[in-house]
Design a protein around this ligand. Structure first.
Ligand code: GLU
Length: 293
């Protein structure tokens, strides 16, 4: 069960309009909505469109259509991340000012080559909980002078968190309170497992991790209910919340919906898209049953 504190509970469903919503999104949205209503709380919808290269107005329109068809309603106005870039930039600048973030110049290809070279020499490259190779140390180890030279030369760069430095600055173990379908209770955070996470890309003004913690705090979110695929990312969120002095929500990571083939659903759908259910004349009640509600 989710513990409801005295403060008015606020829940949010935060899809990215970079694909059509599927049954897993439906479960997430309905859970957030139903628990919020049962607790006398608010249900918010947030459009996480910070990665403008992958998000489209059509997918955004699909989100509104799908959620309305499901019979959900939410607080207005809806927060759209692309309208709040200065808020994320401000948080990033604060971390840069404290020397916790560095400019990262390696291209995707250069990172790939370094990982391949390391592994060819029989050194297994460390990987994050999602299986992605950790960012090489090259940029973190540059001298301030060299960094400035590259910045002055106008080289394209991202901004990455110096994970070791950030953890040292906090100086105490972090955890979060979890009530979901996996491990529950007080969960120790392990942000180090993610290495130097990216906080802003050369082609996007903020990363998912940075904008999600800024938004959850700005919107007064008390409960984060989302899929178990984001369970381990919570370690990064707790670290950023602590660095930025933001409040800590309660977390509930729910089970994932699998396709009929037993595989995780992706945004390239087939019959697992909410819109497809609508087109086939199925009812929201039937969809609720399919996702086990
Ligand atoms: N925007 C994320 C997604 O669509 C969800 C973020 C969250 O719930 O924290 O996967």
């Amino acid at each position: 069960m989710i513990a409801i504190p005295r403060q008015k509970p606020r829940f949010r469903f935060a899809p990215s309009p970079n694909g059509a919503l599927h049954l897993g999104h439906a479960l997430s949205a309905i859970l957030n909505h139903d628990i919020a209503k049962a607790a006398g709380g608010d249900f918010l919808l947030r459009i996480e469109d910070i990665d403008q290269a992958r998000c489209t107005p059509d997918f955004e329109a699909g989100i509104f259509a799908d959620l309305s068809w499901l019979g959900l309603s939410w607080e207005e106005p809806v927060r759209r991340q692309s309208d709040h870039v200065p808020a994320y930039q401000q948080a990033l600048q604060a971390l840069i000012g404290r020397g916790l973030v560095y400019p990262a110049f390696l291209t995707r290809g250069e990172v790939k080559a370094k990982v391949a070279a390391g592994e060819a020499e029989g050194r297994p490259w460390p990987r994050d909980p999602d299986g992605t190779a950790l960012y090489p140390p090259d940029d973190r180890e540059r001298s301030p002078r060299e960094r400035q030279r590259l910045l002055d030369a106008g080289l394209k760069h991202a901004w990455r968190l110096d994970m070791e430095k950030a953890i040292a600055e906090i100086g105490q173990p972090l955890s979060w309170r979890e009530s979901g379908d996996g491990e529950t209770g007080d969960i120790p955070a392990d942000p180090a497992a993610w290495g130097d996470v990216v906080l802003s890309r050369s082609d996007a003004p903020s990363s998912y991790h940075l904008s999600v913690v800024v938004d959850d705090a700005t919107q007064g979110i008390t409960h984060v209910v989302r899929g178990l695929d984001l369970f381990h990312a919570t370690s990064i969120h707790r670290l950023l919340q602590t660095l930025l002095g933001l409040p800590e929500p309660l977390y509930h990571h729910h089970r994932l919906i699998l396709g009929d083939d037993g595989r995780k659903l992706s945004k390239s759908l087939g019959d697992t898209g909410i819109a497809e259910w609508r087109r086939q004349g199925l009812s929201p009640m039937q969809l609720r049953r399919r996702v086990g509600l």
